[in-house]
Design a binder for this molecule. Structure first.
Ligand code: GDP
Ligand code: MG
Length: 309
């Protein structure tokens, strides 16, 4: 956050509010949130639909607190898990004081999903900031007509071209958001960046490696449950996780020849988890089959994909 002049900071009212980051799958929503928070709060992979829950990221300063809601991409749902993902995106938009609509400058206009995201804000009364991402992939000449085209689609409060990946232009986003927030005392303590439990992040970091290493439908059929998390007094903490897939064939792929794939997932996930927890861990992974879990409402609830509205 920008450093504030002491005298003005003490007089300015505190501002606090929710900002939903929405957009088509793969436009860079999680990358942007991590860049704004300067921390890896949300997992990022080259595959669409990595983000399943809404993930809160909290950014505080002396004068403002922004609670970001990273959301699953806006799509037409095909199974119950995707329905729950969409409900979570819609709920975030409803809860938000300000919406950041993220679009991909390099692919805009080519994607049905992107139109769907624009439809979501049609006629919306809340302030909407359009962030045009991935400008590192387009030339200046291509960018200008892009900006003019999106400007015609909605009365956006501002249009900010950025590269979330290179953190280019992203420093303009926070100063644009703060004045749009309501005057309100902070909702969360000023020193926390998220309200999710460590277990959630650990499960997400394992799921991230499955997304990065396994092919085709396997990542989408995968979910992770942490069954033990023991912060032992001495030595490595013990984390036992169960990775669920929907079919035996997927289990076979995930385990790999002589367990090679699972070992690869496990050692990469362990490194990420240790970096996140700042503590060495022993990671024990099991793969199990649960048929059609993506359409099993009770199971989705248990895994925390449920929604309370
Ligand atoms: P989400 O589905 O909208 O959350 O998108 P992610 O944040 O998971 O990013 C999807 C992919 O786009 C990842 O491979 C990112 O590294 C990539 N990406 C995100 N931002 C940028 C950017 O500014 N430039 C480029 N070239 N790639 C980006
Ligand atoms: Mg994401």
């Amino acid at each position: 956050m920008p450093v504030m002049d002491q005298s003005s900071a003490s007089h300015a009212p505190f501002r606090c509010g929710y900002v939903a980051i929405i957009g088509a799958p793969n436009v860079g929503k999680s990358t942007l949130m991590n860049a704004l928070l300067r921390q890896k709060i949300s997992i990022v992979t080259p595959k669409p639909q990595t983000t399943r829950h809404r993930v809160l990221g909290i950014l505080s300063s002396d004068s403002a607190q922004i609670i970001f809601l990273d959301t699953p991409g806006i799509i037409t749902p095909r199974y119950a898990l995707q329905e729950s993902m969409m409900l979570s995106a819609t709920a975030s938009i409803e809860d938000a004081d300000v919406v950041v609509l993220l679009a991909d400058a390099s692919r805009r206009g080519q994607e049905e999903d992107e139109d769907l995201a624009f439809q979501h804000i049609h006629g919306m009364q809340k302030p909407v900031l359009l962030v045009l991402n991935k400008i590192d992939l387009v030339s200046k000449q291509e960018l200008l007509p892009e900006i003019e085209a999106v400007a015609r689609m909605h009365p956006f409060t501002a249009i900010i071209p950025v590269s979330a990946l290179r953190e280019d232009g992203t420093e303009r986003i926070i100063p644009a958001l703060v004045p749009l927030l309501p005057e309100h005392p902070p909702y969360f303590p000023l020193d926390i960046v998220s309200e999710q439990h460590q277990r959630f992040f650990v499960a997400e970091l394992i799921r991230e490696q499955v997304f990065l290493k396994a092919r085709e439908e396997v990542p989408y059929a995968t979910t992770v449950e942490i069954v033990e998390f023991s912060e032992r007094e001495e030595g490595r903490w013990l984390i036992r996780a169960e990775i669920y897939v929907e079919r035996d064939s997927q289990k076979g792929i995930l385990i790999g020849k002589n367990g090679a794939m699972l070992r690869e997932v496990g050692s990469a996930a362990r490194r990420e988890i240790e970096r996140f927890l700042e503590h060495p861990v022993y990671l024990d992974l099991r793969v199990r089959v649960r048929e059609k879990w993506r359409n099993d409402e009770a199971w989705l609830q248990r895994l925390g994909y449920g929604h309370d509205r």
